[in-house]
Write a protein of this length. Structure first.
Length: 253
């Protein structure tokens, strides 16, 4: 336990970015978690943080501690980590032998992006998930979009009227609705018909009405550890606690 406390203290001191000389740069680069795949390797114990002694009895525990963003500890205005929660989380991972898999249905990526939709600037959240195409191929797939309907581009509360006697003239007014009033077409749907935000988004993209301007951030949400939910994102900074790290942990009811 003393070794573990010393290991954590080392990260807390070095995460502020104070260095004696440039000899730290090489070690920091090696320590940095440079990709999500590398994070998975460390989470699963296939790769250890370079500062961990490989023959230590608590190296797996220390390795999991090193995956947390220590920049969140005690910073003014920042969320503080619950050490007891982290200890319980790590204990569950080790005792249950949890192995993280990116292609699990319990892992999703949320991309925060800005886009132009129908000539309007909107901020969207796109949900992606890894899926098996067949027994050998894995892909990321778009499984959800949030922010399109709340952007105000569409009025989803209005229901427009088609005259009750339109059947007498073979619904001839439909031609004008589609040619002159297409911007309000959602208002002509039935009361019971719900709109799928992802389907609308993909349809608009299909006809060239969506332009992605910038992807600001990607956050991976993981629910593979029983009783816990955590997120990882890239922390770009100097120090040996950088790269893709756990930036949030919640205990599930």
């Amino acid at each position: 336990m003393l070794r573990l406390i010393t290991f954590i203290s080392l990260f807390l001191v070095e995460s502020v970015g104070i260095y004696a000389d440039d000899s730290y740069m090489t070690r920091d680069f090696i320590a940095q978690i440079k990709s999500v795949d590398e994070f998975v390797q460390r989470f699963n114990g296939k790769e250890l943080h370079p500062d961990i002694v490989t023959d230590s009895t608590d190296n797996n525990e220390s390795n999991l501690w090193s995956l947390f963003d220590y920049g969140m500890l005690g910073s003014d205005g920042a969320e503080k980590m619950d050490f007891e929660m982290i200890k319980g989380f790590i204990s569950t991972v080790l005792s249950d032998g949890i192995q993280m898999r990116l292609n699990s249905e319990k892992v999703v990526a949320m991309a925060e992006l800005s886009a132009t939709v129908l000539d309007f600037s909107v901020d969207l959240s796109m949900c992606l998930q890894q899926q098996m195409i067949d027994t050998q191929r894995i892909r990321w797939a778009i499984v959800g979009v949030e922010g399109l309907f709340s952007s105000g581009i569409f009025n989803l509360d209005e229901y427009n009227v088609i005259s009750p006697i339109q059947h007498e003239i073979n619904f001839m007014a439909l031609e004008d609705i589609f040619s002159l009033n297409s911007q309000d077409i959602f208002g002509y749907r039935g009361n019971q018909n719900k709109l799928d935000e992802l389907s609308v988004f993909l349809t608009l993209a299909r006809v060239g009405m969506v332009k992605i301007k910038d992807i600001a951030k990607v956050v991976i949400h993981c629910n593979e550890v029983p009783g816990y939910s955590f997120r990882i994102e890239e922390c770009v900074r100097r120090g040996n606690n950088s790269g893709w790290l756990i930036t949030g942990l919640e205990k599930l009811n």
